[in-house]
Ligand binder design. Structure first.
Ligand SMILES: Nc1ncnc2c1ncn2[C@@H]1O[C@H](COP(=O)(O)OP(=O)(O)OP(=O)(O)O)[C@@H](O)[C@H]1O
Ligand SMILES: [Mg+2]
Length: 486
């Protein structure tokens, strides 16, 4: 049954490809099958989940933009059905945030268009390697956002070292600010982009306070269904609503004597904002269905990766609550703004992961350091840790060299001077199956060839190999179009 030749069976992977663009389906499939993998194809989210239920696949390749459903939601459903499924998400250039979001929600890897054949096959190969799971430090947020609200979405400590690494000026300022406010009861409001260490900062505030031996309760305000939010934060008493089968303390009560970390605070529903404000003013909680309020003693730390003032201006966040919370602001800088911290963190991570994986890595080659200092790191520290983890798992040596870096990083480096990317143009994205139906075979052929050429960075011999055509045939076709339409 399998298309993969038997001799490659040991390395071959069964892949579910969920991609709605016909030309890309053909290109991806041809590359994957060429490498000996078996491909099952779905053009919609509905088809995709159906196949996922009925097939045993080792890997899912998922385009995040699908005609019938948001790819991220589909991914979450698949992970709910089979936790631990390897999923590579594919996003359009310019939607790196979407990719980061997907990683947080449990994706194994992401590919941002344009990417080339090598990067594509590398990602597939790496994704299915039988490696140990990523450390909790890399998935703490994913666990919180993806898990159903069966209990408090609570987090205690992180796996790496739990402390900030980095001696840059911006980080020194942050460390000293944390030290000076930790002991007070003042509310700390942490801002910064994804992966900059907001949660680590909240933990540091807690650890430096005199409530360090008390609980640290983290609540992801964006991840709890609206109808459960109030009960998650303030608790409920038995019988107060259908499903309230016993008394349940909310996060605010659980944090009594410790710190309540309200993560993604700008995502909090308006009704709950009102209740939170009352809680902050009175220090009392009233569980759903309770007749009397209860006094609790908690220190509030909150965080967002949005601009909170902008959320206020747009009416998404209560102004009075904003001023109540925005007492001691701490802004986490981007990793690329932290001088040589990137190297310090990379080396610490290298040692940490090497110990974990039984590798002998000690240092970074100067060329790698150079590159690391120049890279934009859109996913910040989380991305860097991910890269280091990848390197350690896939290689073993004393020194990390350029060739060990994941393909996309190396590509970033090689493209630096000209910036001319190998492109799958965004405009092939409009090509759907139903759209093909009205076309002539010649027109379809041309679209497929053009997509293949883009995928291969314009290399005719490569595209020809991928399409199983003679390069001369391909050259002839391209020449013919030149005359036909220009
Ligand atoms: N300076 C640092 N030194 C070492 N590890 C760090 C540092 N900053 C962050 N980390 C680690 O990087 C990962 C991401 O950090 P964290 O979860 O705190 O980011 P975040 O800002 O909350 O991200 P998000 O907005 O996506 O939730 C964690 O594993 C954390 O332990
Ligand atoms: Mg966070």
């Amino acid at each position: 049954m399998s298309r993969a030749p038997a001799v490659r069976a040991a390395k071959a992977t069964t892949i579910l490809l969920i991609e709605d663009t016909a030309s890309l389906q053909i290109v991806y499939r041809s590359v994957l099958e060429g490498a000996g993998h078996t491909v099952h194809l779905a053009a919609t989210a509905a088809e995709g989940i159906e196949l996922f239920r009925n097939l045993e696949v080792n890997l899912v390749l998922l385009d995040l933009i699908l005609p019938d459903r948001d790819g991220l939601d589909l991914m979450k459903d698949m992970l709910d059905l089979r936790p631990g499924t390897k999923i590579i998400v594919i996003t359009a250039n310019g939607s790196i945030n979407k990719a980061v979001e997907a990683m947080r929600a449990g994706a194994t890897e992401f590919l941002v268009k344009p990417f080339d054949e090598t990067r594509f096959l590398d990602a597939v190969r790496n994704a299915v390697l039988p490696i140990a799971p990523r450390p909790a430090s890399l998935r703490a947020v994913a666990t919180t956002t993806a898990s159903p609200p069966t209990g408090l979405p609570m987090q205690t400590t992180e796996a790496t070292s739990g402390t900030f690494i980095g001696s840059s000026e911006p980080m020194k300022r942050i460390q000293s600010k944390i030290a000076s406010v930790a002991k007070s009861m003042a509310t700390v409001f942490i801002t910064g982009q994804s992966g900059t260490g907001k949660e680590l900062c909240a933990l540091a505030v807690h650890a430096g306070s005199n409530r360090a031996s008390g609980p640290f309760i983290a609540l992801n305000c964006g991840a709890i269904p609206q109808d459960l939010l109030e009960s998650e934060v303030f608790g409920h008493v038995k019988g107060s609503f259908t499903g309230a089968i016993s008394d349940k303390p909310g996060a605010a009560t659980a944090a009594d004597g410790g710190t309540l970390f309200l993560d993604e605070i700008c995502e909090m529903a308006p009704a709950l904002q009102t209740k939170l404000l009352r809680f902050l003013q009175t220090s009392t909680v009233q569980p759903v269905g309770a007749t009397r309020p209860r006094k609790v003693n908690v220190r509030i730390v909150c965080a967002t990766n949005r601009d909170p003032l902008d959320a206020v201006r747009r009416g998404l966040f209560r102004e009075d609550l904003y001023y109540r919370l925005f007492v001691v602001p701490i802004h986490m800088p981007l990793l690329r703004e932290r001088e040589t911290d990137v190297i310090e963190i990379a080396i610490a991570a290298l040692h940490h992961f090497s110990a974990e994986e039984g590798r002998s890595f000690r240092s970074l080659d100067p060329q790698v350091e150079d590159l690391f200092l120049r890279l934009p790191w859109p996913g910040n520290v989380r991305q860097l840790l991910n890269v280091m983890r990848n390197i350690v798992v896939l290689n073993d040596a004393a020194v990390v060299t350029l060739d060990m870096l994941p393909g996309d990083l190396a590509q970033d480096a090689s493209q630096k001077p000209t910036g001319a990317p190998v492109a799958i143009p965004a405009d092939t994205g409009g090509l759907k199956l139903d759209h093909l139906i009205g076309k002539t075979l010649a027109e379809i052929e041309r679209e497929v060839i053009e997509a293949s050429l883009s995928f291969c960075g314009g290399s005719v011999p490569k595209a020809a190999r991928m399409l199983d055509l003679a390069p001369s045939t391909l050259y002839r076709k391209i020449e013919a179009w030149g005359g036909a339409s220009g």
